[in-house]
Write a protein that binds this ligand. Sequence first.
Ligand SMILES: [Zn+2]
Ligand SMILES: [Zn+2]
Length: 169
Amino acid sequence: MSLLERPSSCCGHDHGPSIARLLAEAEAACRARGVRLTDQRRDVLHALLEHGHPLGAYDLIEKLRPATGRSPAPIVIYRALDFLQQQGLIHRLETLNAFIACPHHHRAGERIAFLICETCSHVDEVAAKEIDVALQGLATRHGFSTNRTVIEMAGTCRACRTASEARAS
Ligand SMILES: [Zn+2]
Ligand SMILES: [Zn+2]
């Protein structure tokens, strides 16, 4: 089955615009910045968009294994992941050591909290401006200079909670 034939909605969540449209948008964004979405980078982004949920680098390699049965070299995948991260097209989820495609085109410096559902693997991205302000204040009070801030929460998403409540009643 081609990657594009799979329905974009796989788990009851709305995964938003079609993969083809998101890939075209990513290509246009790269072109506008004077960088190239090579076939390899595009394939990695496509696989993450199609999967819709977080994928580890080695799961990605498995997914990208071409018909010949040869897997792409890990270094090639890691480089593509680095590029896609730099371009804001994917996120790395630290607590899962996995990657997820991002269709949101965040503003520079925008703070995002990731809500990771442990039941269905869906990840929600929510704006976390207040938390960011609080964390900055905390760091400043401790004379700490921050290079990187990660806000990830693991738990149960609304859809899974609703489903389990419906089963219980
Ligand atoms: Zn995002
Ligand atoms: Zn869920």
